[in-house]
Design a protein around this ligand. Structure first.
Ligand SMILES: [Zn+2]
Ligand SMILES: [Zn+2]
Length: 344
């Protein structure tokens, strides 16, 4: 089969290659991939800009859905024909305190699909049973392929931050993480403002369609002033920094109210300079998150099944995997929001 392979460390060194289809072991299944989402981190793998262990040559792709076409001899929870999506971070030690308490996302030994093990930008993918989740009947393959980024946001917004109905929630960065966080904040009863730059115009429009009360172009308007106006001068109860840009983090420390909550959702890639002391002066609750845990996957699938969140609303492009390079370019130039690759 053809797969998009990162074949060597360093910037670039990614190509469409012939890859062997691996037969499932006793506790694994073989999945025919239907849809696979391109994530910002796939570009970081391509450019070798990411602080997560990778082992080239490896087929990239960790957000996907498909159908089980072969089961290992010991598989009990699923069968051939089941429609599924897969947790990409399921190779963990199983022994450390994090693994044993359900925080396998924090295991030091974690190896991730599409980084360490062959991933989903290919026609077939072989994975262990315990990372599988069946798609609810009314969740289609395209929506289901985006369970992974939604589960990340469920972990960050619902499990880590906790929003109360009536909270004013300010979000920076209207990309996938920002727009999924917007929908989750709405589902939790938040009143949401989404901030972006002028380059984010289309994304801010989409934020409006998805229920943002206020959208702010920070290059045109004074975001801090506008948020104050909407909160009787106090500031946002909750701030979700989804852009991974230092000025956005600084804006967050300014617009969040005293005793409010600040959650770092995006990754900067480098140490940044911000006014950290504000955390003390404002008595802020600051948190962050990385990846997702099983509880977040279950909640993400329920939210989609009940129509409370739409991942499909973020999809702008569908392309065959042979056009992976054009797709990566579109994504990098911010022409697409969420791009889906289909195997041929
Ligand atoms: Zn991802
Ligand atoms: Zn562990």
């Amino acid at each position: 089969m053809k797969g998009v392979v990162k074949y060597k460390r360093g910037d670039g060194f990614t190509e469409l290659r012939d890859v062997e289809v691996r037969k499932p072991n006793a506790n694994e299944v073989l999945i025919e991939v239907h849809s696979a989402g391109i994530c910002g981190s796939d570009l970081h793998i391509h450019h070798d800009h990411i602080n997560i262990p990778m082992k080239p040559p490896v087929v990239i792709g960790h957000e996907f859905s498909g159908t089980i076409i072969e089961c290992g001899s010991e598989i009990k929870s699923v069968k051939v024909g089941d429609r599924v999506t897969v947790e990409p971070g399921f190779w963990t030690c199983g022994q450390c305190n994090y693994c044993r308490s359900g925080f396998n996302n924090l295991c030091d030994q974690r190896q991730i699909l599409g980084y360490w093990h062959n991933g989903a930008f290919a026609k077939y993918c072989t994975v262990p049973e315990h990372g599988l989740h069946k798609l609810p009947p009314n969740v289609d393959f395209m929506s289901g392929a985006l369970t992974e980024p939604l589960a990340c946001c469920v972990h960050g917004v619902i499990e880590q931050t906790k929003i109360s109905a009536g909270d004013f929630v300010a979000i920076t960065g209207p990309g996938t993480i920002g727009l999924l966080s917007l929908q989750l904040a709405k589902a939790e009863g938040g009143i949401v403002a989404v901030c972006g730059t002028s380059a984010d115009n289309n994304r801010l429009k989409r934020a409006q369609e998805l229920g943002a009360t206020l959208t702010i172009d920070v290059e045109k308007d004074d975001a801090a002033e506008l948020i104050k106006e909407h909160t009787d001068g106090y500031g946002a109860d909750v701030f979700l920094e989804c852009s991974g840009a230092a000025p956005a983090a600084q804006l967050g420390l300014e617009v969040v109210r005293k005793r409010g909550k600040y959650t770092q959702m995006g990754l900067f890639g480098n140490p940044i300079k911000i006014d950290f002391e504000r955390i003390a002066f404002k008595e802020l609750q600051v948190t962050g998150f990385i990846a997702q845990k099983r509880t977040a996957w279950e909640r993400a699938l329920k939210l989609m099944a009940h129509g409370m969140v739409s991942t499909k609303a973020l999809i702008t492009h569908e392309m065959p995997i042979s056009e992976w390079e054009q797709a990566f370019n579109l994504f990098e130039n911010r022409e697409g929001l969420k791009l889906i690759l289909h195997p041929e």
